[in-house]
Design a binder for this molecule. Structure first.
Ligand code: CP
Length: 340
């Protein structure tokens, strides 16, 4: 894996020449029909997802060229919460592999007439879909659909619980730049209490050998994370010199009841990554954010748009990991059909 120095990284809009499909073989060991979370996946399964994503990214010339691997299949996006990145990249991933897409949004749908979540999903499935991609504010809703539907289910975010493809795309971006997880120190900074991205990252990264620090104010970062083996920190300045990667999580004002800190200004003074803090960080630190970002709250524009930021590369890698997930789940579903 080539090591890319911050400041010299791939531009997210760079068009690479597509590579031949030749060596893409379905991994014999892959059995999962659903992608619901990262905590239930093995190290081998997470590594397979990352390897296939990398291959598909290369074969499609940076996720731009179309293949016909999944032609004749249909992917339904069932989103009950807003999304820009996840929804559009699932849609593009399906199209890049030759599949059709169905776009469902709860606003403007028959949900307003009282149709339940499961009835809505079964209705869309009855139109002949192979994957349902779902986002919902209630933790566990993708797991419920995996029991109720016959098609494959992918979790695009279930409340504060999990966002497995976000965890995978973050890990793919780290691996592209730093080539490994063992020996790396990765800090997840901010609103851990409400962050599904944090949960998917910390399970995935720790399984693959990274040292994960969970950092933020005590009202958003419970000391109890130490019981699961994670380091907890409340001072970004104290941990900063040790970090290889910072993943700056959005303050999720929409999920909070009482404001967990006195003011946004005070939060930014203690936790925003700004130019002054960059001078105290490692020379090759990677700055990541799942997006959307609150400019000036978790990250200042000079850092978000600066040479260490890989935020837009993360977005491009989102298409790659979603192509990999759709292809792998589809292959497992075909095997399941053959065997039954
Ligand atoms: N990171 C993320 O899930 O972004 P969206 O809410 O735009 O999908």
């Amino acid at each position: 894996m080539p090591q890319v120095v911050p400041g010299e990284h791939n531009e997210p809009n760079q068009r690479d020449d597509p590579k031949p499909l030749g060596e893409l073989e379905f991994p014999e060991s892959w059995r999962q029909r659903h992608l619901l979370d990262l905590e239930s996946l093995s190290v081998e399964e997470i590594t397979t997802l990352l390897d296939v994503a990398q291959r598909l990214k290369e074969i499609t010339g940076g996720c731009r060229h179309k293949l016909s691997l999944l032609s004749g299949k249909t992917c339904a996006n069932l989103f009950f919460e807003n999304s820009t990145r996840t929804r559009n990249s699932f849609s593009l991933a399906a199209k890049r592999l030759g599949a059709d897409t169905v776009e469902f949004s709860s606003t403007g749908s028959s949900v307003a007439k009282g149709e339940t979540f499961v009835d809505t999903a079964k209705t869309i499935e009855a139109m002949g879909v192979d994957w349902v991609v779902t986002r919902h504010s209630t933790p566990g809703t993708p797991h419920l659909l995996a029991r109720e539907l016959n098609c494959s289910v992918l979790n695009a975010g279930d409340g504060p619980h999990g966002h497995p493809t976000q965890g995978l795309l973050d890990m793919l971006t780290i691996r592209q730049h730093l080539g490994r997880f063992e020996g790396l120190t990765v800090a997840l900074v901010g609103d851990i209490a409400h962050s599904r991205t944090a949960r998917s990252n910390l399970w995935g990264l720790s399984k693959l050998g990274a040292h994960v620090i969970i950092c933020g104010p005590p009202t958003l970062v419970s000391q109890r994370w130490t019981e699961l083996g994670f380091e907890v920190a409340h001072s970004l300045d104290d941990i900063l010199p040790r970090c290889d990667v910072l993943n700056l999580l959005r303050i999720q004002f929409e999920r909070q009841g009482a404001r967990p800190f006195p003011s946004v200004h005070e939060y930014a003074a203690l936790y925003a990554m700004d130019g002054e803090r960059m001078r105290k960080a490692k020379d090759d630190i990677l700055i990541m954010a799942p997006g959307p970002i609150n400019r000036g709250v978790e990250i200042t524009p000079e850092v978000a748009d600066g040479p260490h930021s890989v935020i837009l590369e993360q977005v491009n890698n989102g298409i790659a990991v979603r192509m990999a997930a759709l292809w792998l789940l589809s292959g497992a579903a075909e095997r399941f059909k053959e065997a039954s």
